[in-house]
Design a protein around this ligand. Sequence first.
Ligand SMILES: Nc1ncnc2c1ncn2[C@@H]1O[C@H](COP(=O)(O)OP(=O)(O)OP(=O)(O)O)[C@@H](O)[C@H]1O
Length: 478
Amino acid sequence: MPSSVLIIDDEESVAWALRKACERQGYRVAVSATAEAGLDLAGQHPPDAVFLDIRLPGMDGLTALGKLRHLAPAAAVVVITAHGNLSTAVKAVEGGAFDYLSKPFDLDQALEAVKRAVGRSVGANGGGPNTPALAVQPDDPDAIVGRSAAIQAVFKRIALVAPSDACVLVTGGSGSGKELVARAIHANSPRRGKPFLPVHVAALNPNLVESELFGHAKGAFTGADRARPGLLTLADGGTVFLDELADIPLPVQAKLLRVLERQEVLPVGGTEAHRVNVRVVSATHADLSAAVAAGTFRHDLFFRLNVYPIPVPALGDRADDIGPLAEHFLRKFAPGSAELPADTLAFLKARSWPGNVRELRNALEHAAIVARGGPLRPEHFPAPMSIPGGAAVGDRLAAVVREWVRDRVDKTGGAEPADLYQGLLNDVEPVLLAEVLRQLDGNRLAATRWLGLARATLRKLMRKYGLADAAGDGTDES
Ligand SMILES: Nc1ncnc2c1ncn2[C@@H]1O[C@H](COP(=O)(O)OP(=O)(O)OP(=O)(O)O)[C@@H](O)[C@H]1O
């Protein structure tokens, strides 16, 4: 008998598209626009999988989720949400949701989820009555503010991994919120009554990283006049957050691996290891796989720490979050006074944020001071910060491309932009060709190799951009 899918969503177009996609896969499909009707259907014919929207007229999806668990305990529920927050994601996982999709999603994603859902064994998901209650409230200083689809994907990953003991590697640019993510994992885990200890590896004296982490025995080195426990021991039962993972010296990496594999710590100069129970969440803005390839980071440790990756998107890639974040920070810096007019918000969305959310927060604090209680205007904001060597050149290029697109869109004055793709090439190609030719003293044959272009293509492009005369050296051209 074909597997059956129940779709509970009041958005007709979404329900229709899901139904068609599922029917094409050979599933039997029932649809309802309200939770109440959906529960009736589920009671009569318990489905194998359910798509359940959170925002519904009448009973909301999260309440319905609890009821579905009783009515159709074997059904795998894929929760769908638009503008969900961490609370929604955690509640969905707690309520036993099998998966979580944020709108807009593409149909392939949905089909992937439903395939896994109908194929799973009952009770295989991590949710259930033993998962902890939501620990981060919206007004909490550690609340992760945002409503973009990109940040909702982060909420989902936090919610799914929090109840376990798995090591998590949080990646993302400087100031993007990696430590907040680590705190949210701890706060929503069963370890939340125990310490959360952040270790900023880059800020530690390299000679002391080892004793900071593992502690030392009395007399281990000059000045060690008494034994001292390390951070891993102090965090026993809780979570250690290792920030700037790439900066951990190689010998310390070997020792850390031992802690993770055996759950025991050997203090510097000590002879006896003792057991600890810590969960490690780590973060990096560096490309750790490149560090592994270069031999500066142990691959076995990398795989051990990267059991569950959570990439935090750059602020420039989630401009929809800038409004809610700005309101959140202004409530702190200028409660009740500072106003953010629409054109200032548009300005904030269009500019680049190499320092991500931290830069936005600092810029708003600055602007609130300069505006002295009046509405915030673009001229009240400091220029985008430059991170010398901080952002990889690829990241800076990506930021510039984003700015270029926004600039083009703004310039159309509300009309639809045209030929963006060719426009960007027209701006970028001549710079690329001219720089390569300059570096090769105009040698076109070598330039075709560097660029990976056919000679005829290079010749055509040079003519197009008026580079032929300037760069010609006659070495290889007829
Ligand atoms: N989504 C968010 N909502 C609210 N505040 C945020 C958010 N993301 C980041 N912040 C704030 O921005 C600042 C920087 O965040 P955080 O320290 O978590 O970033 P990070 O990626 O760990 O930075 P670094 O790479 O420098 O270690 C903090 O003050 C944090 O509270």
